[in-house]
Design a protein around this ligand. Structure first.
Ligand SMILES: C[S@@+](CC[C@H](N)C(=O)[O-])C[C@H]1O[C@@H](n2cnc3c(N)ncnc32)[C@H](O)[C@@H]1O
Length: 243
């Protein structure tokens, strides 16, 4: 039973401690991180290392994809959940020692607010923005825009809810079926409970990141070349540029 888990801090629970199990119930998740890495990797090299901020680095899966996609970059990886970020610090020590990776334990909005205007080449993320409250997400998008250099890019692989609500519900129901199939087979009803609770959070009206609304929020923030691609079920890659 869940007694004390704060509504928005579920990555401190068994989900955070055993985050790699997500790959079993959502095999698309590491693929999306890989896509974020290759998209950033395709940005032409410059003389100076590409300055990247990663929002919601978690245990380091997306961070590793970014580090593997390009060698000439520096990443500031932001995550306000120590259960997750401490795993990334362990896994990715090699890149910290090489001076390519540093960490911030602040929440995404505060970390962005601490950065100068026009200072970053890329803001990258995977499976983080959909966890935000809609109002917080709108503020984060405005800050991303402010912090990016002209021509800077926002790259996000995430849950983007379909505009077609019935189709989205059907895909979410299939997703729940997969959670049950995989986690009951290995007798992990504790994880099953937590992921179902988490899914209710993701799908709640004040959190759900619906594609059309998200595109509109980005337009409002000033982004251009907003593109959604690689849709796989409820997941998609979004890229956008600052003029
Ligand atoms: C689902 S995980 C994604 C981790 C990684 N990008 C991946 O795809 O495996 C989401 C991460 O976002 C972090 N997170 C959620 N809300 C945040 C916020 N407001 N500021 C910073 N990090 C946040 C969580 O702690 C968690 O580690």
């Amino acid at each position: 039973m869940i007694h004390t888990t704060p509504y928005d801090a579920m990555f401190s629970t068994v989900i955070g401690k055993e985050y790699e199990m997500l790959q079993l119930i959502c095999p698309i998740a590491p693929i999306m991180s890989h896509l974020v890495g290759t998209t950033v990797g395709a940005i032409p090299d410059r003389m100076a290392p590409l300055q990247v901020v990663e929002l919601g680095g978690g245990t380091g899966i997306t961070t590793l994809a970014l580090l593997s996609g390009k060698s000439n970059l520096h990443i500031l990886s932001v995550d306000n959940e120590p259960t997750m970020q401490n795993q990334a610090k362990q896994h990715l020590k090699k890149w910290v020692d090489a001076g390519q990776l540093s960490f911030s334990g602040e929440d995404a909005l505060s970390a962005l607010q601490g950065l100068a205007d026009n200072s970053m080449d890329v803001i990258a993320s995977a499976y983080t923005l959909h966890n935000f409250l809609n109002s917080y997400r709108a503020q984060v998008l405005k800050e991303i825009f402010r912090v990016l250099k002209p021509n800077g890019q926002f790259v996000n692989g995430d849950r983007y809810a379909l505009n077609d609500i019935r189709q989205h519900t059907r895909l979410t129901q299939e997703e729940v079926g997969q959670y049950f199939k995989v986690l009951t087979e290995i007798n992990r009803t504790d994880l099953l409970e937590q992921w179902i609770v988490h899914l209710f959070n993701d799908e709640s009206e004040d959190h759900v990141m619906r594609e059309g609304v998200a595109m509109h929020q980005m337009q409002e923030a000033g982004f251009i070349r907003i593109k959604i691609s690689d849709r796989k079920g409820v997941n998609a890659l979004v890229t956008a540029s600052k003029p």
